[in-house]
Write a protein that binds this ligand. Structure first.
Ligand code: ASP
Length: 429
């Protein structure tokens, strides 16, 4: 049986198990039983992220060969990420203004939600109060790369690996080649490790899905049905319109082939709600299933997992308008422009882990004077929406890899990829 099918079965079994457990009144207890399975899977797949990022970015940068080329690719990647994020926020704001999910929210539901999630909302507000935008900039340069690795500070890691890759290109080949050979070996070993870890994926996603459904159920979506539908419709538009057009016309890949090739990454993003944890599988799907060049994937995808979160930005736009509507505060065009800007920054600053987008919400609400406790309104449904927006987040990164590959006119498998034995994900994807 294909791995993809096994993961779908694991997910469905998890949903059924969670629903039954909730139905018979032991949802949270059952969630606690099966959650370790999911946690082990997330830990396994996250385990490879740091070495993979360091090895693949250093190698990728060194194999680009010139600083000029790196600068060109870097500029195009950033521009693409900014444009798609702006489009995502525009979709979110437009839908929220048209559908008005927050207008006429039942007063009892509002009071109940605010009461239920008051303390969690306060936690998020306190967490985000300690984050200053300037820190985001400063943290790009790590004082100690080993510390950045130990703490999983992705931006710092990316910066260090880029710098190391550039430095290697200045060395004579006799000096740089052993280092590159070593990193190439590490890189390939990690890719094989990801294949092994993926064998556990069906059980891991079973645990993850059963725990989420057992704890939250789907009824919670009904309390905020309009809001949830607006978010889901926005995410669907971003996927089916923006990304489809992008891969078709600027990435040069048939959308069906693209979405088919991305299936394993989609399933992992959906069940883990973490762009970081999905990164190894995303790299694998882009390189092996879509045939995108290794040196481009290894630069564009880790950067995207860290700074490009279109789904998160879209959600943040909808949340701001939703909270304004619930509290009867009207937002001017100027306010909405501010949301565009702050949501872009907030999505850049959000880490690729579950709920990170929510931690950044104060950055958007505060400048336009919206009540921060409003965050409590959407916390209950957020776990489920997080799963969907993470799928969008990682898809955006892959569309960028397709765009860069085409614009640099390199496609097909690179020499080193050809040497790797045909992995299971390709055969099964
Ligand atoms: N969970 C998202 C991700 O990892 C971030 C977020 O929106 O909370 O991409």
């Amino acid at each position: 049986m294909k791995l993809y099918t096994k993961i779908i079965i694991g997910m469905s079994a998890g949903v059924i198990f969670g629903l039954l457990a909730k139905q018979f009144g032991f949802g949270p207890r059952a969630a606690a039983w099966v959650e370790p399975l999911g946690k082990i899977f997330i830990r396994l797949i996250t385990m490879v992220v740091v070495p993979l990022v360091v090895a693949s970015i250093t190698l990728g940068t060194a194999s680009l060969g010139s600083l000029k080329k790196l600068g060109r690719i870097g500029a195009k990647t950033l521009a693409y990420y900014m444009v798609t994020t702006a489009l995502a926020i525009t979709i979110g704001l437009t839908l929220a203004n048209l559908v008005k999910p927050g207008a006429g929210l039942d007063e009892n539901v509002k009071a109940q939600l605010l009461q239920d999630y008051q303390s969690t909302a306060q936690e998020q507000i306190t967490k985000s109060a300690s984050r200053k935008p300037i820190d985001l900039l400063l943290n790009i340069v790590p004082t100690n790369p080993i510390k950045a690795m130990a703490e999983g500070e992705m931006l710092g890691l990316i910066f260090f690996s880029l710098a190391l890759g550039i430095a290697l290109t200045y060395l004579p080949v006799a000096r740089s080649q052993p280092v590159l050979n070593f990193l190439d070996g590490v890189n390939e070993a990690i890719i094989q490790l990801v294949h092994l870890i993926m064998k556990f994926a069906p059980y891991g996603v079973f645990g993850l899905m059963a725990a989420v459904v057992g704890k939250f159920g789907f009824d919670i979506l009904l309390t905020l049905l309009k809001y949830s539908l607006v978010v889901l419709a926005g995410l669907a538009l971003q996927m089916l319109l923006i990304y489809t057009l992008s891969v078709r016309f600027i990435g040069g890949i048939h959308p069906i082939r693209f979405f088919k090739g991305m299936r394993p990454a989609h399933l992992i993003a959906f069940s883990t709600s973490s762009s970081n944890a999905t990164l190894p599988v995303n790299i694998q799907c882009c390189e092996e299933n879509l045939g995108l060049p290794k040196e481009i994937c290894s630069f564009v995808l880790p950067l995207g997992a860290t700074i490009n979160m279109d789904g998160t930005a879209l959600l943040q736009g909808v949340v701001a308008v939703f909270i304004a509507q619930v509290y009867g505060i009207s937002l001017t065009i100027n306010d909405q422009m501010v949301i565009m800007l702050t949501a872009t920054l907030a999505s850049v600053g959000a880490a690729g882990v579950p709920s990170a987008g929510i931690v950044m919400l104060t950055m958007i609400l505060q400048p336009i004077g919206l009540p921060l406790e409003g965050i409590g309104l959407i916390l209950g449904v957020d776990r489920l929406l997080d799963m969907c927006r993470t799928v969008v987040n990682i898809t955006g990164d892959a569309t960028c890899a397709a765009f860069i590959a085409r614009s640099e006119r390199v496609s097909g498998l690179t020499a080193s990829q050809k040497e790797i034995p045909k992995p299971e994900l390709v055969a099964e994807g």
